[in-house]
Design a protein around this ligand. Sequence first.
Ligand SMILES: [Zn+2]
Length: 287
Amino acid sequence: MKSQDTRQRFLFDETHIRGEVTTLNESFQAIQQRQDYPAVITAILGEFLAAASLLSATLKFKGIVSIQAIGQGDITSIMAECSNNTQLRGIVRGDYQNIGSEEGFKSLLGSATLAITIEPEGRERYQGIVPIDKDSLSECLEHYFAQSEQLSTKIKLAANQHTAAGILIQEMPHSSDDEQARDNWQHLSLLLESLKPEEQLELEHEEQLYRLFHEQQVRLFDPENLQFFCSCSKARTAKMLVSLGADEINQIFQEQGIIQVNCEFCDQYYQFDQPDIDAIFNEPSVH
Ligand SMILES: [Zn+2]
C-alpha cells in the first residue's frame, strides 16, 4: 500500500546533503473535492501541493509556506500552502473549464511570476519572486532556491488525479568547498533526475530511495502525517473586510443589508450583520 499523506526527511551520511520525500492522497482528494477542475488543472495543483509540503519541511520555525503562481492566461492564480504543523490547502482561480488537455503549466498561466511567501508565526512575512520562464514548477523552484537562499536544490514533482508526490534534495550550508562535496552533489542530483513520475506516484518512499540511492548510505526518518485543513475563521475574514475600508463595507450594507463571505478554500460560510461590522471597526479605536 502506497504511503498516504506523509512526508519523510532523509540524510546522506558523510555529506552535507539532506532530502525530503512526500506523498499526498486523501488531503489532495479533499482539496479538489470542492471544485470541478479538469484533469490537467488537478495535476498542476497536485504538484503545487507536493511542493508546499516539501518547502514547509525546510522551515526552522512555526509558520506557513505558500507557493503562488500569478498569471495572465486562462489561469490567473494557482496557490498551495502548508504550515509547519503539516496542514495543507490550495486553490486554482481562472477560466479553466474549456482548456485543452495538452496545455502545460507555463502556457496556461501566460506571462507569470511565482511567489514563495514565508509567514513566520507572529513575525513579518517575507517573499521571494521568480519569473515563470521554465516549463515545470520544479525548475522554477530550483531557480528560487539558487537565487534567494543560495542553496543547491533539486526537486522532482509528479501528480495525477489521485496522488501528488514530490522529492527534494538540498545541499546544506557548509564551509568545506572541496571537490568531494561538489562531486557528491552532482552525483546525487543526476541519480535523482532519473526518477520517473510513475515511480514517484506508485512506489513507497523507502522503495523510491532504494531505487535511486541504493549505493549510498541513506538514513530515512519517521513519517509525518499531512492533512487538509483550512486556516480561515470569522476573525480572519473580518480582518479581510476591514482591509476593504469602511466606505466599501457601508456600500455593501446599503445594497444587501448583510455581508456574506464564503471561504473559497473550504466553502465555510461567514455572515456579518451591522453590529458585527460596528464591532470590527470600533475594536482598535479604544482611547
Ligand atoms: Zn476556509
